[in-house]
Design a protein. Structure first.
Length: 202
């Protein structure tokens, strides 16, 4: 509604004209670039110029470390079995449909350890996709160790590398190699809503 204008057919208008207000982080599947942790504005729309990749899907059950559930370097090494994909898709266990509408706030969900991210960076993974709200610990006092390690934030920053969070991989998709189409809304922002699509390789 705007003064006399109504953008809803059920309310008597001729067209639907709905507003959408959101932040791409933590509200659904989104793809982010280093601008997520950089003082300088960096746009995922600027740096993500390729949208088709060969990707590897792996499944990991996070391990208990102190009071946290974490993904370790050793788990990634075992799951990858010597492969070095340009795009990596991580499914965590348990993998129930509850992931589609679970409220993660203040639940300390699993995350990826810093050395595990260094391993992925050195392996050459440029696009990481995961079914968690963040690759970092929910409350880490702003350390963001996993994000920084993946983008090599304190070195030669990997501007073209992306992290996609809050994906969902149904059980019907088995671990292995796929053709990935990473569809991203062309917003000039550090992150954007995205729709990763996996295609089976015959």
């Amino acid at each position: 509604r705007d003064k006399d204008f109504v953008g809803s057919i059920p309310a008597g208008a001729s067209t639907n004209f709905y507003d959408i207000w959101f932040n791409p982080h933590s509200h659904g599947t989104h793809t982010e670039c280093v601008g997520h942790i950089s003082a300088e504005h960096q746009s995922v729309n600027k740096y993500l110029q390729q949208f088709f990749f060969l990707a590897e899907v792996i499944t990991i059950s996070p391990s208990k470390e102190n009071q946290d559930l974490v993904i370790t370097k050793e788990q990634l090494q075992k799951a990858l079995g010597g492969t070095a994909p340009g795009a990596l898709v991580i499914r965590t266990l348990p993998n129930t449909a509850m992931k589609l509408n679970r409220q993660y706030s203040n639940s300390n969900p699993p995350y990826i350890l810093e050395d595990a991210m260094v391993f992925l960076r050195e392996l050459g993974v440029e696009h990481l996709l995961i079914d968690l709200p963040s690759v970092d610990k929910e409350k880490d006092n702003g350390a963001l160790l996993a994000h920084k390690a993946f983008w090599n934030f304190n070195g030669e920053v990997r501007l073209n590398a992306t992290i996609t969070e809050f994906i969902y991989i149904p059980e019907s998709i088995v671990d292995g190699s796929y053709f990935l189409n990473l569809q991203v809304a062309p917003f000039e922002n550090d992150a954007s809503p995205s729709r990763p699509v996996l295609y089976k390789i015959e």
